[in-house]
Design a protein around this ligand. Structure first.
Ligand SMILES: [Zn+2]
Length: 132
């Protein structure tokens, strides 16, 4: 189960590599434009604008990707059913099953033989998802 979560969350390495190459090349073009300015005293506006926007774009893409891989959208959703007893304080939880509905009677209490019913059904929210 831990392996599965890691698989889902792994960042697309190829995509990151392409963006990093783009970032390095645009930084190189930016430095080149500045050296041209310093040595020949001519300003290559197009080069500076293009390389600067390429740098910003690749940084933006990297940040977006980072946020998406940490976000909750890739977490597998888990729906839980809470089962309670009418007679005592017995409570148990299990994964939601098809046909579950609230107040459905589903057997006898192992503690007091009272009737067990479905108290609530909810989607599990992990603590780390709230930071999104
Ligand atoms: Zn009970």
């Amino acid at each position: 189960m831990g392996v599965e979560g890691g698989e889902v969350r792994r960042a697309p390495i190829f995509f990151i590599a392409v963006i990093l190459i783009m970032l390095v090349m645009s930084i190189a073009a930016f430095i080149l434009a500045i050296t041209v300015y310093l040595t020949q005293n001519t300003v290559e506006y197009m080069n500076i604008i293009l390389s600067a926007s390429a740098i910003l774009l690749s940084i933006y893409l990297l940040l977006q990707m980072r946020r998406r891989t940490l976000g909750p959208s890739l977490e597998p959703l888990k729906v839980l059913t809470v089962i309670r007893c009418v007679g005592c304080n017995y409570e148990s939880r299990r994964e939601f099953e098809r046909g579950d509905y609230i107040l459905k009677e589903i057997g006898q209490c192992p503690k007091c033989n009272g009737t067990l019913y479905i108290h609530s059904i909810f989607r599990e929210v992990k603590e780390k998802e709230k930071t999104y």
